[in-house]
Design a protein around this ligand. Structure first.
Ligand code: G3P
Ligand code: CA
Length: 368
């Protein structure tokens, strides 16, 4: 009898072991979707290395690859709708010049804010290009063929419903990583893009630090406004990330006491005092790759890191640099795995933005 008892116990233990193994496999997949990988891989504009950036198709592909976060860049339309697009211009990624000739501003650009949502939805959304000698030249020649197939720009609400729908049907919890584009510009135009973004996030249930969302911006004065005024007034408390730009990019402007708009000085934030100030308003820091790895001093096999990650970590901020692209590698690496290694394990970042989320996830999963 005792022998039978131990035999049954042995079988049950074996079954339990195999059961556990299979459950672990499931839970490791779920963990990836919950940001529990050792490093956080963020799908930069979706799986934008494979399908035109910010299309729902690029988000679906990245979702299926297993990322914990999908990025959204937002701009506002003339009729106050939030659309998912990287630039606050339409001309790099659509056929707006064909469909609405003459609707440029003096600088020759077509601004999202000058078009209604209906007008924007009538455009064909495509792989990014630059006009050279009157011809459209695809910026990344090996990516999805420019102008092929059909894609359209969608609203922020549509993307949240898409992700939440997939979370329901696939049983995952993939998060949002939302960037308000050029809040300073929207303010100049009389629009509060950050308030509109928070309203949508609240409507869809993202309200606390535990909500699966990061709110990111390059606009430090606006981040202060979001943290100090908007979130308390709206009874919200989301995780926030301060993005860092080079001053030469003129990424953000701030209003002086005299009412003038002047370029924002990012350099003052990349100091011990500056980083301590940022940490009062941000849970994370988003530097460029060049801010964490010195590209001038780094050589193949000899990566030289900066003090950025340490400064951010000393101030309890996570660090998610942008952007790892296999078709735009810095000179100090031979392939994208070497870039992932340099950013995540040599510089010590907590995660990164990549246009090739499958490659990032594979690298982290297989890292010894
Ligand atoms: O938001 C992180 C990264 O996307 C910043 O660069 O210009 O691609 O929005 P950008
Ligand atoms: Ca972005």
């Amino acid at each position: 009898m005792k022998k039978i008892f131990y035999a049954v116990l042995f079988v049950l233990l074996l079954a339990g072991l195999f059961g556990c193994k299979s459950n672990n496999n499931v839970s490791s997949e779920a963990d990836m979707s919950n940001g529990k990988l050792e490093k956080t891989i963020i799908a930069h504009r979706g799986a934008s290395g494979y399908i035109p950036e910010h299309t729902l198709a690029s988000k679906a592909l990245a979702y299926q690859m297993g990322v914990p976060f999908l990025e959204q860049d937002l701009a506002m339309t003339k009729d106050n709708r939030l659309v998912v697009i990287h630039d606050h211009f339409l001309d790099r990624v659509t056929d707006v010049a064909d469909k609405f000739p003459g609707r440029t501003r003096d600088d020759g650009r077509y601004y999202v804010i000058d078009f209604t949502l209906d007008e924007i939805k009538s455009l064909n959304f495509m792989e990014g290009f630059t006009v050279k000698d009157g011809r459209r030249v695809q910026d990344y020649p090996d990516r999805f063929p420019m102008g092929k197939s059909t894609f359209e720009i969608h609203t922020f609400e549509e993307e949240i419903e898409f992700i939440q729908g997939l979370n329901k049907t696939l049983g995952k919890d993939v998060g949002l990583y939302v960037e308000t584009k050029a809040p300073w510009f929207h303010k100049q135009e009389g629009k509060d893009i950050s308030k509109a973004t928070l309203e949508v996030l609240k409507k869809y249930g993202y309200t606390t630090k535990d909500s699966n969302v990061y709110f990111q911006t390059f606009d430090f004065p606006d981040l202060v406004y979001v943290r100090e005024k908007l979130m308390p007034e709206m009874d919200m408390d989301l995780k926030t990330v301060m993005l860092f730009a080079e001053n030469s990019w003129n990424e953000t402007y701030e209003k002086t006491d005299d009412g003038l708009w002047v370029p924002f000085d990012f350099d003052k934030l990349r100091t011990p005092d500056g980083m301590a100030l940022v940490a009062k308003f941000a849970d994370g820091a988003g530097p460029s790759n060049d801010m964490v790895i010195d590209k001038t001093l780094s050589k193949k096999g000899n990566i030289v890191i900066t003090d950025f990650v340490k400064l951010a970590h000393d101030n309890n901020m996570v660090v998610h640099p942008y952007t790892a692209r296999k078709d735009k590698l810095p000179a100090y690496v031979d392939n994208i795995d070497e870039l992932y290694e340099a950013i995540l394990y040599q510089a010590g970042a907590d995660g990164l933005f990549t246009d090739f989320p499958d490659l990032g996830l594979n690298f982290v999963k297989n890292h010894k």
